[in-house]
Design a protein. Sequence first.
Length: 347
Amino acid sequence: MPAGKYVYGFIEEPQKKEFSFTGINGKKVTAIPYQDVSIVVSNSEIIDYTYCRKDTLAELLVWHQKVIEKIMNLEYTIIPMRLGTFAADENGVKDILNKGYNLIEDIFKKIKNIIEIDIISTWKDFVSILKETGEEKEIKEFKENLLANSKKITVDDQMKVGIILKKALENKRGKYAFKIQNALKEVSHDLKVHELMDDKMVINSAFLIDKSKQTEFYEKIESLNNEFDDKLNFRCVGPLPPYSFYTLEIKKMQFKEIDWAKKKLRLSDDFATQNEVRKTYRKLALSFHPDRNPNTPGIEKEFDEVTKAYKILGNYGEACKQAGKEDNLFFNEEEFEKNKILVKVRD
């Protein structure tokens, strides 16, 4: 496997620096500068972690987060990079810094003295909550009507009870989550709602807060914990870098996908402006919209492909802009090689 540089994130550091701790595979962690920012890396074999085993990914995640935590302990503000990001060599690292410099500088302004804290809340006694929910008026009446019916209760009836119970539980969860989020929003800049992992989880959210308000934030959590003591358990994770809000990723585009998107949107020249791409997409999307062609076979696929092409060229347009091409997209292969890397905030 080829050697490369594993990327952890970005810090405000104008000088090349070697840290006292190690990263992945025990390699030294260093900071490579570009103007007044640096990218934090360590030497590593370049591996496509997309197809790795879960235990390998878990080990990588531990190393990734440990390095970022140690950087934070040195009083640096760090913009984290997406797990599993590599550059081929130091030139590749500097190319990332060059392309993403304006975005990185803008994010640093937004997150100065800012941290993330993740809050997870679960039902304290899920069985009791289910029983309590099952006694609510609508569910109780539905079950009583079933029992009063002389016919045998069918599997379909049981499924209906389950659906009603699930909906009622979601409503109850939503009310608690709303109260928690509203209380914590008072001392937060922003919040991100993450996916709930199972029915026992009530809230799984990240909050962006000032370091100076950390004590006040924890006091709010303690107050909520006392208020819902008989119902909920709370767990706080942090302080963290702004993983949920400003994790960056490197998108390396392929010429063949750009060429396909160009042809799909019927762009014939060697370059186009963002505005031209937008106008062409709107015209084709209107023409191929399934609602306007209800009896045309394959129209949904055509519409989806036009939309996909527009998204591809949207990313490519941002990459061209980062490379200093303003609003122009270049479609010849030589120019593409100069514009194929996009540094962006992860969706």
